[in-house]
Design a protein around this ligand. Structure first.
Ligand code: ZN
Length: 296
């Protein structure tokens, strides 16, 4: 498809691009109990892959891919395999994160600005500044970047059902604002959260999550920011509204019976075991408020 590339502005053949990188969805599929992919807010719908759209020319897409490959190889897969202890932040990590946040900012822009017209100026400033950074026109940008590797102890104040499912298996991307003028770009991947605060540019109550060249991201981070915690709770609530149908549950059970070894080794099983342990301990912090349903 011919069109104008959203990043560089060239009139070119546009290739299909993922907002959240494709390797994330591939990992979820590979490690699921059934080998199938279904959205958390609509578990009755089967999808092949994460959403993708013809937005960028090949050159810009290849530039995104270079840093996605760096992130997948050095951070995502080691963390998924439990081999990871800390991240020493690099230029490549920063480039990956700005590319990810710029795509979310660009893709979700029109809805966000309609809902929050008071945020349009900082929003368009960040959009321009990040685009110039990605195109190599500037070497710096003003927004803080944050990465939190999730553990079962992160967000201890949230007690929503399916919190662990959202942590371990969920993907999500959104621009959110919980206060006047606030703009946070948010991306959820399995076992990690990535976000950037456009305004305020120095958000408080995040410990051990700041990404800047040479800084270290520890495995245990702490997030006390009350607006952010409320936002996470609202995202888990969306997942809770998507209940699997009886027919869907039968299909899942049939898949598990057909390949019980796959189910035992799957990340889905690990997540269900953690849920079970939590209830067996009588952990009131995360007590589910609604009936649980298997997602995969
Ligand atoms: Zn381009």
């Amino acid at each position: 498809m011919r069109g104008i590339c959203r990043l560089c502005g060239a009139n070119a053949d546009l290739v299909r691009s993922h907002i959240i990188p494709k390797f994330v969805f591939s990992w979820i599929k590979e490690t699921s109990a059934t080998g199938k992919l279904r959205p958390g807010d609509n578990p009755n719908k089967r999808i092949q892959d994460g959403p993708s759209f013809p937005l960028y020319c090949r050159k810009c897409e290849e530039s995104f891919s270079t840093y996605e490959n760096y992130f997948a190889r050095n951070i995502f897969y080691p963390h998924m395999e439990g081999k990871f202890k800390e991240i020493v932040c690099s230029d490549e990590l920063e480039r990956f994160m700005v590319g990810l946040f710029w795509r979310i900012l660009d893709y979700c822009s029109s809805d966000f600005v309609k809902l929050k017209p008071g945020c349009s100026i900082p929003h368009s400033n960040a959009h321009r500044e990040w685009r110039d950074y990605l195109l190599g026109k500037t070497s710096t940008h003003k927004s803080e970047l944050h990465l939190s590797l999730l553990t079962d102890g992160t967000f201890t104040s949230i007690d929503e059902s399916k919190l662990l499912w959202y942590f371990h298996r969920g993907t999500d991307a959104e621009i959110y604002s919980s206060g006047p003028g606030e703009i946070i770009i948010y991306c959820k991947m399995p076992k990690m959260i990535l976000f950037s605060s456009i305004f305020p540019s120095r958000p408080g109550d995040f410990l051990g999550t700041r990404v800047s060249k040479g800084s270290v991201i520890e495995k245990e981070s702490a997030i006390f920011n009350s607006g952010f915690v409320r936002f996470i709770r609202s995202r888990v609530d969306i997942i809770n509204q998507g209940e699997a149908s009886a027919e869907r549950k039968k299909v899942v059970l049939k898949s598990i019976r057909a390949d019980p070894k796959r189910f035992r080794k799957s990340e889905t099983m690990k997540y269900l075991s953690k849920e079970f342990e939590r209830h067996a301990r009588g952990d009131k912090t995360h007590r589910p408020r609604r009936k649980q349903s298997k997602q995969e």
